[in-house]
Design a protein around this ligand. Structure first.
Ligand SMILES: [Zn+2]
Length: 266
């Protein structure tokens, strides 16, 4: 059976001399594994269909355990991503996260939309890269079922703390006054139960960085980056909390993230 679907190339793995195995992300089917035979040959007309970050309409057919590409038309190649190594590295990390939080046969409309919006923003340089990364990380955590409650201090109920701590593993915040008491209690509990030490992770936040995190989680996808966070320190709090929150809940590290961060250090 031949059928068509819009899809984004999330992963490409070279196989043999001329072939590739692709992971596509489609809105209705989620991840699709595709065998692309002969596409690394210069004569293949399907070569552009198999490049990482390409979004297109794919005509697919199934044979054995794989699907194969019969035809393809490009919707958006995101050429802008390859102009700059940092944007390319960040886009590779977003692809790896998208691979982690989606699966085969599961609708992935929201993840696909936020990935396309992020690629568009990166390729057109519409927003700073740290904003795009942090917003993507928060939304990825939310779509994976790890939605934090940032509305009030979970000890005293203060709804607008000027400074606060994010309790990463419990997905909530404590105002400055309560966070020290909570940390003392947590440390005492950890002293009695050393295996809890990996579960106690706090990130410092301010009112503006909390507002940014809430916006990232709740904004409609077409306006997901449309907020102001220009203060460098506030941006650092937001960035650090978003990355820490996602990585701890997915319980993994990403080689592409480490590469992206190595570029920032040089
Ligand atoms: Zn409090």
């Amino acid at each position: 059976m031949i059928y068509g679907t819009d899809a984004l190339v999330l992963r490409e793995v070279a196989v043999g001399e001329h072939d590739k195995i692709l992971t596509l992300l489609s809105p209705s089917e989620g991840q699709i594994t595709v065998s692309a035979k002969g596409v690394r040959s210069s004569r293949s007309k399907l070569g552009p269909a198999t490049k990482l970050f390409t979004y297109g309409n794919y005509e697919l057919y199934k044979k054995g355990e794989y699907r194969y590409i019969k035809d393809f038309s490009v919707i958006e190649p995101f050429f802008g991503l390859s102009r700059d190594i940092e944007s390319m590295a960040l886009a590779s990390y977003l692809c790896e996260v998208a691979c982690d939080i989606t699966g085969e046969g599961v609708s992935s409309v929201d993840v696909l939309r936020m990935t396309l919006n992020s690629f568009y923003a990166l390729s057109k340089e519409l927003y700073p890269r740290p904003i795009i990364k942090a917003v993507y990380e928060m939304r990825a955590a939310g779509f994976s079922g790890f939605m934090p409650d940032l509305e009030y201090c979970h000890v005293c109920g203060n709804t607008a703390p000027k400074e606060a701590m994010l309790d990463v593993m419990n997905g909530c915040i404590y105002c400055k006054d309560c966070s020290q008491k909570h940390l003392d209690a947590a440390q005492k509990e950890m002293y009695d139960n050393p295996e809890l030490s990996e579960r106690i992770v706090y990130c410092r936040l301010t009112q503006s960085s909390i507002t940014a995190m809430k916006y990232a989680l709740q904004a409609p996808s077409e306006r997901m980056f449309s907020f102001d966070l220009t203060d460098e320190a506030e941006m650092r709090y937001f960035s650090h909390a978003a990355e820490t929150y996602l990585l701890h809940h997915l319980e993994r590290d990403f080689a592409t993230l480490n590469f992206y961060k190595s570029l920032l250090r040089t």
